[in-house]
Design a protein around this ligand. Structure first.
Ligand SMILES: NC(=O)c1ccc[n+]([C@@H]2O[C@H](COP(=O)([O-])OP(=O)(O)OC[C@H]3O[C@@H](n4cnc5c(N)ncnc54)[C@H](O)[C@@H]3O)[C@@H](O)[C@H]2O)c1
Length: 354
């Protein structure tokens, strides 16, 4: 099975949270995986854990930046890559206000560098991690948010990802105009949550900026109270509402994409559950799973936080038949709890154990 050309996939950002879950699913599904990650936010230990979980898998890890076009081009050619899954990015809204230039350089310029390397190596299939942050503030009339909704980001992170989306679309148009092949899928995830149910890999950011692991780390006494940023939003309990989708479901959407890319097809889909959960509801769910109170702290609204983001994910279901298999947020939270309880220091714990 490994020798089939379409099984050779390069994953950028594969040592990060979603990327490592993707590498695990690809490895389990018989793909030959090349991972490129500069380990700025990811962990080599995550890839080592995937290799231990699937010892027969072929996984090649290259610590390398997206900006190294020559090295990535060389890898793509030498490893005869069929398709690229592009996760590598900086992905925190709050940080994107502070490190604006770094976000543009990484998320937009890094994507251009990858496209250049792919063109040089004649690799013509790309799956891109985009985000609901490209939509901005939805009006009541535009909720749930469909792919056709206006994209007016309200933070530098969303701006930089939207610019990367546009660069990919323009690259596709130019390739087709000169009759060369290029096919892509842009997947706009909403809030990704959960981790490997067997607790072999998980989410480990420093500092952690996602709500569920932050609540569970607070429950474990590994951090102080969780700030509730704003309680005067126009929602039932006054806190922001988000759409949580399990990381495994996000990865199965990418497997579906790999099977659909061809010489010229272009897809843009939302990846979400279609359900909205408020910050307070997430905190309560984490308390339920951890069976302890989550300490919280009221805090002012943060810049760049839209009040409500809920996906209309009907299109990917209609076109590819993809729907999320995980229906209960508590199930995803329970997997994160399992991982964090066993690895409260993230991959640092794993390194010490092995
Ligand atoms: N986590 C979410 O809820 C969510 C939601 C929507 C979209 N996304 C997108 O999904 C992707 C993955 O997100 P994540 O949560 O796993 O983030 P993450 O920070 O855990 O992973 C990103 C990985 O990319 C690597 N990286 C960053 N810049 C790089 C560069 N220049 N060269 C090589 N590697 C580089 C980091 O080291 C890290 O391992 C991102 O593109 C993000 O925008 C995430």
């Amino acid at each position: 099975m490994r020798n089939e050309p379409f099984r050779r996939v390069l994953v950028t950002g594969g040592a990060g949270y979603i990327g490592s879950h993707m590498v695990l699913l690809l490895a389990q599904s018989g793909y030959e995986v090349t991972v490129v990650d500069d380990c700025s936010c990811g962990h080599r230990a995550a890839i080592e854990a995937v290799q231990r979980a699937v010892p027969e898998a072929s996984i090649h890890f290259e610590e390398c930046s997206l900006h190294d076009v020559a090295r990535i081009g060389g890898l793509l050619a030498a490893r005869r890559i069929y398709a690229v899954i592009h996760f590598a990015a900086r992905a925190s809204i709050a940080e994107s206000f502070v490190l604006r230039e770094a976000y543009w350089k990484n998320n937009h310029d890094g994507t251009l560098a990858l496209l250049a390397a792919m063109r040089a190596a004649a690799v013509r299939r790309l799956i891109f991690s985009s985000t609901c942050a490209t939509y901005g503030v939805a009006t009541n009339a535009s909720l749930p948010i469909a792919e056709s909704c206006a994209q007016q980001p309200v933070n530098p992170y969303g701006e930089s990802k939207l610019a990367a989306e546009r660069a990919i679309t323009a690259h596709h148009r130019a390739a087709l105009a000169e009759t060369s092949a290029f096919s892509y899928a842009t997947l706009r995830y909403f809030n990704v949550v959960g981790s490997d149910p067997l607790g072999r890999i998980g989410e480990a950011h420093d500092p952690e900026h996602h709500l569920v692991p932050s609540c569970l780390l607070a429950a474990l006494g590994r951090r102080g109270p969780v700030e509730i940023f704003g309680s005067d939003y126009p929602t039932e309990d006054g806190t922001c509402i988000r759409d949580y989708v399990d990381v495994h479901d996000v990865c199965t959407a990418h497997l579906a994409a790999l099977n659909r890319l061809n010489e010229s097809a272009a897809f843009i889909f939302n990846i979400g559950s279609g359900r909205g959960t408020s910050v307070r509801e997430v905190v309560a769910a984490c308390g339920r799973v951890a069976a302890r109170a989550i300490p919280t702290l009221p805090a002012p609204r943060r810049a760049g936080d839209p009040p409500i983001l809920i996906a209309d994910a009907a299109e990917i279901s209609r076109v590819w038949g993809w729907t999320p298999a995980t229906v209960r947020l508590d199930e995803s939270i329970a997997n994160v709890w399992r991982w964090l309880s066993a690895h409260p220091n993230g991959y640092a714990t794993i390194r010490r154990e092995s």
